[in-house]
Structures are given as structure tokens and as C-alpha cells.
Ligand binder design. Structure first.
Ligand code: KIV
Length: 272
């Protein structure tokens, strides 16, 4: 039996959910969505840098700035969620241990309670420095969206033995560095299952099969309001954009034309 959820969800509580109950995690980028997810009981809310694509209209997450992340973290944090509120460290904001700690502190000052960055062994020193600074850290392995320019697209990881071995070593490095959770994005399901069995911290999958300790989605993908496309791994989607557009159209139809418009009746336009 899982112990009763505390008033405030902590990294230790999420970590202890491993093997007990599935961890549901979703993204939020502002106050109303953070309120809504929290009222539904979601224990982990991420201000993801997917923000760049689903809110700010950028082509990928590499364009998201530190200031934009902090602005949206502040908005989500105003919801004062019972959920743990985590935030993504934006592209190139954790190149050295010093810059990683300074930029993680900025997100914490904005209201985040944990930070996430992409990579394993490559950023182990940065993670150790963040954890040593007392900031809870979530890892992110598999397909790393911030590497889209280097990799020329978004590719599933774990299909070949070299990727499989790299994922095992990176997951071990994250555990060693003190991460309390690891997100596995687009990892082949057998490798995600092996990682879940191998490491003592929860794995939270996105497009990584059912055998992770939890699942995370970009909330606009789940609700069907993402403007561009819905990824293949999003199975249950509400397509809420359709009824939302219908409400707007209905409201426009409901507008009554003005009874007598001076322009419509050839009246004088004082502006001309
Ligand atoms: O930016 C984001 O929303 C994420 C999740 C997809 C895991 O990193």
C-alpha cells in the first residue's frame, strides 16, 4: 500500500511511488492549466520547454530562452499546486556545472521545485552540482528534443545495441548523480522495461511503452489542442480544439448586427 499522499508532493514521495502505483505527469505552462491539473490530482506538473512549440510557436525547443521559461514557471507557480512543480532547463543553460547551478537557481527562484535537463553521462558533473546545491533533479534520456539540430530529427532510441548500452550507462550515471526520477522519451519498449527494472528511481515514459513507472504527456497533445500535430504515441486524445472552435463560431453567429450603422446607410464618417 502506498502511504497516504502528503499535503504537498515531494521528490521523496514521487520516488517512493516506484513499484507501488503509476505516476501520472503532465505539462502546464500557465496558471489556469496548473490549477486544472492540480485539481485533477496529477502529482507531477512539468513546465516543459515543449512550451516553445505548443505555446510560443517556435519550430523546436532550442529557441526557448531562460527568460521565457522563468516567466511561464512564475505563472504556473501562482497556482500553488499540491503537485510537485518541475521546470525544464532551457537549451544551452547547463553547459558547465557553474552555469547549470546558476540557471537552476533562477528557475527555483521563479517557483519551480525541481529542474529537468536532457542527457546522462555527458552532463553528470552538472547534475552533481545541481543536486549538491540542494535542487531536486529529474533526468531525461532517449530522444532528446534539444538535440534535434545535431540529430536532424526526432528518432526512437534503443533500437541498436550501441544505443541500448548507452542508455543503460546514462541511466546508471543519473542515479549516481542523484536524480530522483528519469523521463524516458521515445525509447523502445523492451529497453524502457529493462531500465525500469534496473534502476531504483522511477522511470516516466513518453512514447516508451507501458512498462515504465509512470507516463508523461504534453497536455495539449492529450487534450487535442496542440496547434500543429499530435505525436503517434498519444493514444487517448480528446480533440478539444473542435468543440472550442465551434463555441467561437457559435458566438460569432450570435452577434446581432447593429440596427443602424452610419457607414451602412451612407452616413458621414467624422474620421474622414
Ligand atoms: O518539454 C516537455 O514537455 C518534456 C516532456 C515531453 C517530457 O520534456
Amino acid at each position: 500500500m502506498t502511504p497516504p499522499a502528503p499535503i504537498k508532493i515531494t521528490p521523496a514521495f514521487l520516488r517512493a511511488m516506484k513499484g507501488r502505483e503509476p505516476i501520472a505527469a503532465l505539462t502546464a505552462y500557465d496558471y489556469p492549466l496548473a490549477r486544472l491539473l492540480d485539481s485533477a490530482g496529477v502529482p507531477l506538473i512539468l513546465v516543459g520547454d515543449s512550451l516553445g512549440m505548443v505555446v510560443l510557436g517556435y519550430p523546436d525547443t532550442t529557441h526557448v530562452t531562460r527568460e521565457e521559461m522563468e516567466h511561464h514557471v512564475r505563472a504556473a507557480a501562482r497556482a500553488q499546486p499540491r503537485a510537485l512543480l518541475a521546470a525544464d532547463m532551457p537549451y544551452r543553460s547547463y553547459e558547465t556545472p557553474e552555469s547549470a547551478v546558476a540557471n537552476a537557481r533562477r528557475l527555483i527562484a521563479a517557483g519551480a521545485e525541481a529542474v529537468k535537463a536532457e542527457g546522462g553521462r555527458r552532463i553528470q558533473k552538472q547534475i552533481e552540482a545541481i543536486v549538491a546545491a540542494g535542487i531536486p533533479f529529474l533526468g531525461h534520456l532517449g530522444m532528446l528534443p534539444q538535440s534535434v539540430l545535431e540529430e536532424g530529427g526526432y528518432h526512437v532510441k534503443g533500437k541498436v545495441e550501441s544505443e541500448h548500452q548507452a542508455l543503460l550507462a546514462d541511466a546508471d550515471a543519473l542515479v549516481q548523480a542523484g536524480a530522483f526520477v528519469v523521463v524516458l522519451e521515445l525509447v523502445t519498449p523492451p529497453v524502457a522495461r529493462e531500465l525500469t527494472q534496473r534502476i531504483p528511481i522511477p522511470t516516466i515514459g513518453i512514447g516508451a511503452g507501458a512498462d515504465c513507472d509512470g507516463q508523461i504527456l504534453v497536455t495539449t497533445d492529450l487534450l487535442g489542442t496542440s496547434p500543429d500535430y499530435i505525436p503517434k504515441h498519444v493514444k487517448m486524445c480528446a480533440h478539444l480544439a473542435t468543440p472550442m472552435r465551434a463555441v467561437v463560431e457559435e458566438w460569432m453567429r450570435s452577434l446581432t448586427p447593429a440596427l443602424s450603422h452610419p457607414m451602412g446607410e451612407g452616413g458621414a464618417n467624422p474620421a474622414r
